[in-house]
Design a protein around this ligand. Structure first.
Ligand SMILES: C[S@@+](CC[C@H](N)C(=O)[O-])C[C@H]1O[C@@H](n2cnc3c(N)ncnc32)[C@H](O)[C@@H]1O
Length: 287
């Protein structure tokens, strides 16, 4: 089984799908739920659902653009695919979609979903605020459509349609998600927190965290999440300290977002979880 999320995501964790699948197996969580309070591209969640390793996935993101995309995939799948099929991939469309993001707080969710998808696939590194691939004059080596294989992308979105009733999408701040949504979800559910990085996150995401936010989050997760949970971060002493006393494992996950990459990541585990022998990142998901 191999599934790729339709969204490109800087720092996307899709390559940990196999590892997380094994973690679920070892902890007798197969057939249960899987929640990502910071879902972004949701690569792991979708791989697990489509491989039928878990029965339901809970995708939450505070970014209304990201939320709109997942909402439309679940609630308006055919219409979203139609727009992708029929909209030409041109600079004119790019400018029109850019202007939708300017009013993202009030934009119609389906319009916002299409705009998010279009810009994610035509901007450098998939970053919504970045420039278009190939530049405004389209003289770069790669052109606007380099990452926009319509047929393949529509196939990915269309496949998710069959699982729509098992995908639960929300647009909460993580604190609200932990306080109000997680208590309603079965105890047989792995919760994977992948917050914005401690360092340099402001370059990658629209919503970044202050040190205080990281500290608060560490407190809430450790004090109040009753389901089994894991957290991943960039490997920094500050984060290791915030989760002092929990089991922690450093691992490599290379990726590139423009000109830099972050080498070492840190995974932190709730007490009592059984762990696979090491953390592995693979290109494909084999369950
Ligand atoms: C590191 S990315 C997640 C990447 C994701 N795990 C993947 O594999 O694609 C962090 C995400 O958290 C979201 N986010 C930032 N602050 C948040 C908050 N307070 N509550 C919920 N989501 C938040 C961002 O919009 C971003 O999509």
């Amino acid at each position: 089984m191999r599934f790729s999320t339709p969204l490109r995501y800087p720092g996307g964790k899709g390559r940990l799908a196999r590892y997380v699948s094994d973690l679920i197996e070892i902890n007798n969580l197969t057939g249960g739920g899987y929640a990502e309070p910071f879902c972004g591209g949701a690569g792991i969640a979708l791989s697990l659902l489509i491989a039928e390793k878990v029965s339901d996935i809970y995708l939450n993101d505070i970014d209304r653009s990201v939320y709109a995309f997942w909402y439309a995939v679940v609630e308006h799948n055919e219409e979203l695919c139609r727009r992708i099929r029929e909209t030409p991939v041109t600079l004119e469309t790019w400018h029109a979609q850019k202007s939708v993001q300017k009013d993202k707080a009030t934009a119609d969710l389906l319009d916002l979903a299409f705009s998010t998808f279009f810009l994610n696939r035509t901007n450098r590194s998939g970053i919504l605020n970045a420039g278009v691939i190939g530049g405004q004059d389209q003289t770069g080596k790669w052109k606007i459509g380099a990452r926009y294989d319509k047929k393949a992308l529509i196939e990915r979105i269309d496949l998710i349609r069959f699982y729509a009733k098992n995908i639960h999408v929300s647009n909460d701040d993580v604190g609200m998600f932990i306080g109000s949504r997680l208590p309603e979800i079965s105890p047989k559910c792995l919760v994977y927190f992948d917050p914005p990085y401690f360092r340099k996150a402001d370059r990658l995401y629209t919503n970044h965290f202050s040190s205080n936010d990281h500290a608060q989050l560490a407190g809430i997760i450790q004090d109040s999440v009753t389901q089994p949970w894991i957290v991943s971060y960039d490997n920094t002493p500050e984060i290791a300290e915030l989760y002092n006393g929990r089991r922690q494992e450093a691992f490599p996950l290379s990726y590139s977002a423009s000109a830099y990459s972050i080498g070492s990541e840190l995974m932190i585990f709730k007490d009592g979880i059984d762990l696979p022998p090491t953390i592995y990142a693979t290109r494909s998901m084999v369950v």
